[in-house]
Design a protein around this ligand. Structure first.
Ligand SMILES: Cc1ncc(COP(=O)(O)O)c(C=O)c1O
Length: 385
């Protein structure tokens, strides 16, 4: 079996992630912050060590500004709904995943005004100048997707951040597709809110995500409840990170995320990026040799995460995905990838595309196998005609 759907969730995980979760659940899975016994303390230690690793990954100035969430969707919802009030204006890019598009659409119905900016149709990039021109008097927030899960194009968030900070607005980034693949620095990029998944490039298990919040923003909590602290109070404590982390956390998931992060630091982000980049080039080169393949990728692959959308002339994406799965045991993702607006922008709406998304744990042989499979699919149609 070859798994090439890592933009949805990465698989396999490094062996250390499976081991860490097994060991944690057997030995340390008390309720962190609730009670002073050794199991509760052991769980708390794992959570706090993971927070420290996340803070290091994104250069957060404070560890307590890292909030654990269920996934990136949960982090985006907390950031958007915790921040915005009726009358606010928001600037966003038209390449978002539904985890950004849908909360914004809901907020629009509650009196929040949204300006949606398309990227340049030729290059796929949205310029900082376009963002700056869209900022109005009542603009509270600029929220963008770092790398699209449809095209893989990495947008210049450092340039956006400089512009947004110059105007004193809040800058939020969805880094679901870049965390663990591309360097993230919230200080250098002037990011106030950074949302990402733990279960994609960071190799944590499903059920893990993160929201970073800077000291320039204050969010309402969306969920109140037990935090293990200030139990005498009926009001939600305001201390970070507990204000936003009510209820028993996904401790075993966070233990897996800690192992995923350790693995990433051991391997080094640069080595991970170089390997993914070499697989990406091998795949693009191979696919472009088939005249039947239509590729929707940028010319400059240096600003692209290893996500490759393509179609085969004369085939529906769903057909190609099903054949790759059933005849070749290769897992890809056909369709709209929860991002119809992005597909509209890239001209692949309504059928979408077939998406191959790579992990550091994929190999050159995996790429060879998918290229052979695509060759067999195209020649089967040519024979039938
Ligand atoms: C760009 C982007 N944002 C957000 C999400 C949502 O991530 P999660 O599944 O962790 O909620 C995804 C998932 O594919 C994504 O690609």
């Amino acid at each position: 079996m070859i798994y090439l759907d890592n933009a949805a969730t990465s698989w396999p995980k490094p062996e250390s992630v499976y081991q860490a979760m097994d060991e944690f659940l057997r030995k340390s899975a008390g309720n962190p912050g609730r009670g002073g016994h050794s199991m509760a303390l052991a769980a708390e230690k794992v959570i706090e060590e993971t927070r420290l690793l996340v803070a290091r990954l994104i250069n957060s100035p404070e560890v307590n500004r890292i909030i654990f969430t269920l996934n990136c969707t949960d982090a985006l919802n907390l950031g958007l709904k915790g921040l915005l009030k009726a009358g606010d204006h928001v600037v966003t890019s038209r390449i978002g995943h539904n985890s950004l598009v849908r909360p914004l659409r809901k907020l629009e119905g509650q009196g929040i005004r949204i300006t949606r900016l398309p990227p340049n149709p030729e290059t796929g990039f949205l310029s900082a100048r376009d963002i700056e021109e869209a900022i109005e008097e009542d603009t509270k927030l600029v929220v963008v997707t770092h790398a699209s899960n449809v095209s893989g194009i990495i947008q210049p968030i450092e340039e956006y951040g400089a512009v947004v900070r110059k105007h004193g607005r809040v800058f939020m980034v969805d880094a679901a597709q870049t965390a663990g693949t591309y360097p993230l620095d919230v200080e250098a990029s002037n990011v106030d809110l950074l949302a990402f998944s733990g279960h994609k490039g960071l190799f944590g298990p499903p059920g893990t995500g993160v929201l970073y919040l800077s000291d320039r923003v204050e969010l309402d909590s969306l969920r109140e409840g037990g935090t293990g602290s200030n139990s005498e109070l009926e009001e939600q404590p305001i201390a970070l990170p507990y204000r936003y982390e009510s209820g028993t956390p996904n401790t075993v998931g966070i233990a897996g995320l800690r192992a995923g992060l350790k693995y990433i630091f051991e391997q080094g982000l640069e080595r991970i990026r170089v390997h993914k980049q070499s697989l990406l080039l091998q795949l693009l080169e191979g696919l472009s040799r088939f005249p039947e393949v239509i590729l929707y990728t940028p010319k400059d692959t240096s600003m692209q995460v290893p996500i490759v959308p393509f179609n085969l002339k004369g085939w529906e994406p769903a057909e190609v995905g099903a054949i790759l799965d059933q005849a070749f045991d290769i897992k890809t993702r056909p369709g709209l990838h929860c991002a119809a607006a992005a597909h509209r922008t890239y001209g692949t709406y309504p059928h979408g595309s077939v998406r191959i998304s790579l992990s550091f744990l994929n190999t050159s042989e995996d790429i060879e196998s998918v290229l052979q499979a695509v060759g067999k699919i195209t020649s089967s149609k040519n024979r039938a005609q």
